[in-house]
Design a protein around this ligand. Structure first.
Ligand code: TLP
Length: 350
């Protein structure tokens, strides 16, 4: 990260949402051709939606403001009030999205145990299938790939397929929260469409590791996306000349996917360094993409992140962990510098 030599240096590893648009994105935004997207007349948004659908191997796409809105309009499109959505107990859409799906959809969220990579067990899904008529309809199963709380685990098709099969055998549709599906695709060396093939709908984010300033895309069949489009309007997500934003998304898809491998290498480097620092529990072998949760021997995530902040390293500290997410703009040298700062914080005992 650029340092002008005067300001105290900060290495911000709180999230890949911190990424700023590249110069090419800013140029594309300034020059974007636009129209009224609620009328379906923004050529840049249309191009982004078509590109996204093609990359995910789906019929259609829908540009939305955020991953949260993508998951919300997807759930509203698959579920009726009183239906059940099945997800892992650590799923972002359950834990981190303000209860939006339950609040606006009247959808009951049914959390199942998940393993340390965030993956549910298909047998657990089978076990909760209602035996008779006096139960909520199980309408939707969701899979998060990569899995945020699962240390950024990237699931293969083989790992996801049994879950999707048991869901479909019991009448459910499958939605993928693919906020970071491109990280999974790069880590596993498979096209995103292959991973997306497991699900009926997939949301992915442009504004995380891909560095666009705003936006996510929901993809699925034309019929599903038509429903989601109505839901997007209903929740106030119909934007007008949104091409100025979508233009950055197109540049993101064009130029920022392959470089995610650098973030993965930096995450591994960070995990290997943290594993050598007393008080931090990290197994570098579990780091598959760009997310590193370090558990703390003293159990004090907020306190530790506050102390690290004083030494110029920002991480997200909660409960008994601090999360670090390398991203565009963070170099291997930054990681080494962050590790030095973390080690000296520990040594100083402050
Ligand atoms: N995740 C953010 C925070 O909300 C925790 C982050 O910093 O990681 N799905 C997944 C798996 C996500 O990690 C996120 C954002 C979302 C959905 C929501 O995306 P936005 O923030 O665009 O609504």
């Amino acid at each position: 990260m650029a340092n002008n030599g005067t300001a105290p240096r900060t290495i911000d590893l709180r999230s890949d949402t911190l990424t700023k648009p590249t110069d090419a994105m800013r140029r594309a935004m300034a020059e974007a051709e636009v129209g009224d997207d609620v009328y379906g007349e923004d050529p840049t948004v249309n191009r982004l939606e078509e590109t996204a659908a093609r990359l995910m191997g789906k019929e259609a796409g829908l540009y939305v403001t955020s991953g949260t809105m993508g998951n919300l309009v997807s759930a509203l499109s698959w579920c009726n009030r009183g239906d059940e959505l099945v997800c892992g107990v650590d799923a972002h859409l359950l834990v981190n999205e303000m209860g939006a799906i339950a609040t606006f959809g009247g959808v009951q969220m049914r959390a199942l145990p998940n393993d340390h990579r965030g993956l549910m067990d298909p047998d657990d899904v089978e076990l909760i299938v209602p035996p008779g008529g006096y139960f909520p309809r199980m309408a939707l199963l969701t899979i998060e790939n990569t899995n945020n709380r699962g240390n950024g685990a990237a699931y293969t098709v083989e790992q996801m397929r049994p879950l999707a099969d048991v869901a479909r055998a019991n009448g459910m549709n499958v939605h993928m929260d693919g906020a970071r599906i491109f990280n999974a695709s790069v880590a596993l060396g498979v096209p995103p469409s292959e991973l997306a093939s497991v699900a009926d709908s997939v949301t992915f984010c442009l504004s995380k590791g891909l560095s666009a300033p705003v936006g996510s895309v929901v993809t699925g069949s034309s019929e599903f996306v038509a429903r989601a489009r109505r839901m997007r309007k209903m929740v106030g997500g119909g934007l007008r000349q949104a091409g100025v934003l979508a233009a950055a998304g197109l540049v993101a898809l064009d130029t920022m996917v392959d470089r995610l491998a650098d973030d993965h290498a930096n995450a591994k480097r960070l995990a290997e360094g943290l594993a050598r620092i007393p008080g931090f529990q990290v197994d570098p072998d579990t780091i598959e993409t760009n997310i590193v949760y370090a558990e703390l021997d003293d159990g004090d995530g907020p306190g530790t992140s506050a102390r690290l902040k004083e030494r110029g390293v920002l991480g997200n500290g909660r409960f008994n962990w601090v999360r670090f997410v390398p991203h565009y703009g963070i170099t291997a040298e930054d990681i080494d510098e962050a590790l030095d700062a973390i080690e000296s914080t520990v040594k100083a005992g402050v």
